[in-house]
Design a protein around this ligand. Structure first.
Ligand code: UN1
Length: 501
């Protein structure tokens, strides 16, 4: 506990900030209360938004490459604080050390990406049908961006959004998950240090954090001064946020549920598949949006693969996430454990069989925390249970006979985030990547569905929300496009050849 206090202090969070409030923060590792943070009064929400709107009017006039300097400094601060923030993530949400550090590294990576981007916010030049005319497009800053994040990536998802928003000229208002506000706060403090180093060109209110709950998020969602709401969480949350933002014609980026699958064909390297399955199904205790949940295996290799998987699952070291050798930490809380236990109980009701795992473990050592043994369930078909996202380490195994049948099964779920195929057969791989293949936002070959790099666009289709964030051209959603037609002739010809008068 004292150790954590020191780490938090090095992250810029004073001891006085950690007590006296109404938002209790618990460690997923052992259930101890880490802090009682003060929530932003609801009456302050209009001021928060007004400050962001005022900051926007100044920030949009700072040239983009100068804005890039700010994210460069943020990246530096994150580098310096990497071990500390990673530690906070581990203690707060229970990620193993490597994954806590990896999360901060995603933040560093996106800062570097955004720095380069700050000199590449290009529009196009378009030929005009009229003589002496030219058409061009420009991308302008959009306005304040609200970033609403989930517990499972309490640091990185804020960084993905904020780094891009800031170089695009948009102030940010960050509402971290109430289950993981400390990791968010530590990441935010690093941004504040960067802003202090950046100096006067950063307007007051450029980056704000709102510690609070659902109603705080709702106030941002409903505010017409918030130009873009980027929200990560459940499909249930997205169903509420999407229509509310749409009702005021705001923009939104929704990153919702995933039900990610791997197809393993007879042409797969099974040992590689095995390693990929382990990381993507049990990493972060199965609590990534991109976690592997469905294994669709050709019947000729299914038994062989399962025979390799079972001993690997049974030897997984489950425990305190910061102990050497631990591969699986705790679930976030009791509710998550109950959901998993219910799903495990439903497996048999739906004609399946639990092959291993699913039980709570370490309850003696950690009576107030929730560790489970990762589970594998053999399912006769893609039942209602399998089609639903259960946010934990429960992997369904399904058999298939031909690839098109496997792809149909793969796509026959409401979610569409990430997917992959293990095969060394070019035809199978290309079929999976083709228009008739995986319908997900991400489709991988010979790697698992999780652990995407920041350089690609991240997001998915269907109930995942349909939007993209992070790399590639996802930045365009954080800007508004202006199409400009310029006449440098002495005539005034009309488009479409129209004669007027
Ligand atoms: C999430 O689970 O919300 O691709 C984000 C991954 C990570 C990000 C996951 N880079 O698994």
């Amino acid at each position: 506990m004292n150790d954590l206090r020191n780490v938090l202090e090095r992250c810029g969070i004073a001891a006085s900030e950690l007590s006296g409030g109404t938002l209790g923060v618990r460690s997923a590792v052992d259930g101890t209360e880490l802090a009682r943070l003060r929530e932003a009064p609801m009456t302050s929400m209009p001021e928060v938004v007004a400050r962001a709107a005022a900051a926007f009017r100044r920030w949009r006039e700072v040239p983009a490459p100068a804005r890039g300097e700010l994210v460069r400094l943020w990246g530096e601060e994150l580098r310096k604080a990497k071990a500390d923030i990673g530690h906070v993530v581990s203690i707060e949400v229970g990620k193993i050390a490597q994954e806590g550090l990896g999360e901060v590294q995603e933040g560093i990576d996106i800062c570097e990406f955004a720095l380069g981007l700050s000199r590449q916010l290009h529009g196009r030049t378009i030929v005009s049908e009229r003589p002496g005319h030219r058409i061009m497009e420009q991308y302008h800053p959009l306005g304040p961006v609200a970033v609403i994040t989930a517990f499972n990536f309490p640091s990185a998802v804020f960084a993905w959004n904020a780094a891009i928003a800031l170089v695009c000229g948009d102030p940010v208002v960050f509402k971290p998950s109430e289950k993981a506000p400390l990791s968010g706060l530590a990441t935010f403090k690093a941004l504040e240090r960067a802003i202090a180093r950046f100096g006067d060109r950063a307007p007051e209110g450029l980056a704000q954090i709102v510690i609070g709950r659902k109603e705080h998020a709702q106030a941002l969602v409903d505010s017409s001064d918030i130009a873009l709401v980027s929200a990560t969480g459940s499909t249930r949350m997205g169903r509420e946020v999407g229509p509310r933002v749409a009702a005021r014609f705001g923009r939104r980026i929704l990153e919702l549920g995933g039900n990610n699958a791997m197809i393993v064909t007879p042409a797969a390297d099974l040992d590689m598949a095995l390693r990929a399955i382990l990381f993507s199904a049990v990493g972060t205790a199965g609590q990534r949006c991109t976690s592997l949940r469905r294994l669709i295996v050709h019947r000729t290799v299914k038994d062989a693969l399962v025979a390799k998987l079972l001993p690997a699952y049974e030897s997984l070291r489950i425990g305190h996430p910061l102990e050497q050798g631990t591969l699986v930490g705790p679930l976030i809380d009791e509710a998550a454990c109950d959901t998993l236990r219910h799903a495990v109980a439903e497996v048999e009701q739906q004609g399946g069989r639990i092959l291993t795992g699913g039980e709570r473990v370490l309850a003696d050592r950690f009576p107030n925390a929730f560790y489970v043994r990762p589970a594998i369930a053999d399912m006769p078909a893609q039942t209602e249970l399998v089609r639903r996202e259960t946010f934990g380490p429960l992997l369904y195994v399904l058999g298939y006979d031909d690839l098109d049948q496997a792809i149909a099964m793969h796509n026959d779920v409401p979610q569409g985030l990430s997917s992959c195929i293990f095969s060394n057969d070019l035809r199978e791989v290309e079929r999976f990547l083709s228009a008739a293949g995986s319908d997900c936002g991400m489709a991988n070959v010979n790697i698992g569905p999780s652990g995407a790099e920041i350089g690609g666009a991240f997001g998915g289709e269907k109930e995942t929300g349909g939007d993209r964030e992070s790399g590639s051209d996802a930045w365009k959603q954080y800007m508004r496009r202006s199409t400009n037609t310029i006449n440098f002739s002495t005539e005034l010809p009309l488009a479409q050849g129209i004669e007027f008068g």
